[in-house]
Design a binder for this molecule. Sequence first.
Ligand code: C2E
Ligand code: MG
Ligand code: MG
Length: 751
Amino acid sequence: MPTLAVADPGTERRRLIEPSQLHVPGAAVLIALLVLLVVMVVRRHNSEHAYLAEINERRDRLKLALWATGERYWDYDVGSGQLRRLLEDEPNGDGRLLEDSLPVDELVHPDDMALARETLRRYLDGESGRYQAQVRVADGTGGWAWVRVRGRAVERDDDGNVLRIAGTALNVSATREAERERQIAATVLRSMGEAVAVMDADFRYVSVNPAFLRMTGYTETEVLGRSASLLDSEQNDSAFYRRIRTQAGRQDHWSGELWQRRKDGDELLTALELRTVRDADDDSVLHVCVFNDITQQKRTEQELRYLANFDTLTSLPNRSLLSERLSRAIVRAHREDTRLAVLFLDLDRFKDINDSLGHAAGDRILRAAAVRLQQTVGEQHTVARLGGDEFTVVLEDLETPDDAERIAREIINAFEAPLLLDDRREVSISPSIGISLYPDHAQVPTELLKQADTAMYQAKAAGRRTFMRYNDNMDLAVRQRATISGALRKVLDRGELRLVFQPRLSLSPPRITGVEALLRWSSPEHGDIPPAEFIPIAEESGLILEIGEWVLREACLVLQRWRQHGMDALNVSVNVSVLQLLRGDFVGVVGRVLDDVGIPPHLLELELTESVLMANAEQTAERLQAFRALGVSLAIDDFGTGYSSLAYLKRLPITTIKIDKAFVDGLPHDAEDAAITPTIVAMAHSLGLRVVAEGVETQAQMRFLAERGCDEIQGFWLSPPLDALQCLAFMRNWRPDGLLLARDAPLAVLP
Ligand code: C2E
Ligand code: MG
Ligand code: MG
């Protein structure tokens, strides 16, 4: 067995004494010396033997001691590549440990061989002071164990080349695994999006991760050692947070949503999970808290829920929430045997206002209308917006059907006062309301809504700003409307439209100055349909643009024919719908038609209804100015039925005002009409406008108006609308003298 140097074997050298190195002078001396030598050799042998035995014993003890600490002794023969090592087994009976000897490449994992060799090379070349590496070695059971190997040269040749290396090996598989897991855990914690905090038994922060610092806005030094109550929000009282901590402490777990407060005071909604970790060995406790910032997510959820149920413009329930509430109301009414009403409400001429005032103002009107509506019916009733300018009210617990009508009337009255758009602007708008009742009309929400809608259309047809209760005949009317709308599409191709003309009489001096062209539709299937019925349908479908252009051209053609019969000072008035004014190039159309037909522009007057003009004076004024530039006259039709004031109209480049028949009807006896009409005349004159009174049916009305300075009249007293030929004949034969005196009763309407 080779010599083992324990302390520093690298510097020790083995020196054997060779006998040939000795010289002796005489035989006796030689013998004596030989004897002495033998004695010395024997003694030396004995002492060497004892010495070696002691060393061996020490070495075995050392190996055992090492074995006991988990370290394994090994030694490696550089020349043969053979590695001798102690096995991990228990020592045998005489206290000796088992050993084996293998070529090193059979022992070390192939993947780690390169590392083992390189480390060895560096050590042998003197680049490192000792051999040290971590490699996998066969564990004897077919697996691999990570070992940390350390060693140094224990034998060198005379040139100092290392012959053998000896050292220890320690199985580090378990610590290596643990360290690896610790490193992974640390990396995960660092890179986690969730905030993680570890707290001691008293809920004081022991450790936090970067996400925690990011979410709370604190630095590590500001939180470590501080109580978790540092983050308590004001959304809950402190008892609430204490309760959670007590519960987590008792049940080792708490999870839920929790408001917390950032350093900058901002509130943070967190989804939080708290777990208690107890050490098995001692009683020490740690609380691990993991949380996520879900403030934004919650906000988005709430917004989505809100969007799904509420109208964003008015904040009223939308169609889907209305259906839900209506269904529940029906169930309640059924159970309690009560009655409920659905009010379907549509703002009159909202589209015109929206088109002319602009959408921003339209939105403000809708918001203001929503507020007015809810205030009128009270918070206890559901008010919903179905879209556009359509609103629905659900009235529960009605005593009688009349209650619904009473509330509908209250709503209409409430809209008499103008809506405030902003500091400066006010707009008046009226609703038309349809009413359906449970259980009288229908049993299910969709039917009730449909019937209320139908009734609302009837309210519109009845002149707007009113309400109607549903009845079965209405469905018929709605169907008719649909057929009319279908038939209207073919009306121009089939030549079913024609114009009639109603003369206008100038009062001083008495003279027929012009005619108003009025549209007539005679349908072979549906008979004569009055304009009040089909014009709104034509407006809805946009057909009015085509129809309107036809009317304009036809009226000009008729006027041109009359002019050729000598009526060359005659004017023609043509009614224009808001759609024509706002869409497309109507100015261009008018200019072209006048040109084509050869009518001087000053002979054409366009009639626009008041509601069209009142909405947006500025924008409309621009368009109207273009007509004035063309030389065309402009009249306000049905004056007094809208909400415009004369002062307001002053800003518009109009030339004529046509007082609505409603203000003429009561003349001369109705005090109100008798006061209003002369006022309109006087004010219009002060603005330089001509005044025409419409719907004059009696001589008394004519006289009253003539005496108050009204410029012109139009109405059945003079003549009903006539077809072109009859009208020409009427105008030619008309004489001022007889007419002004004779008739007191309206003329029979001529065919
Ligand atoms: P409007 O422009 O105010 O026309 C006057 C309406 O009053 C006409 O009804 C006329 O027949 C009627 N009327 C005239 N004098 C009297 C009278 O003394 N007593 C009574 N009770 N009624 C009288 P019509 O022809 O049914 O027209 C209704 C409305 O339809 C018109 O009112 C006008 O706004 C619209 N309209 C007619 N033709 C056209 C058209 O070509 N285009 C457009 N956009 N609208 C038209
Ligand atoms: Mg008119
Ligand atoms: Mg009119």
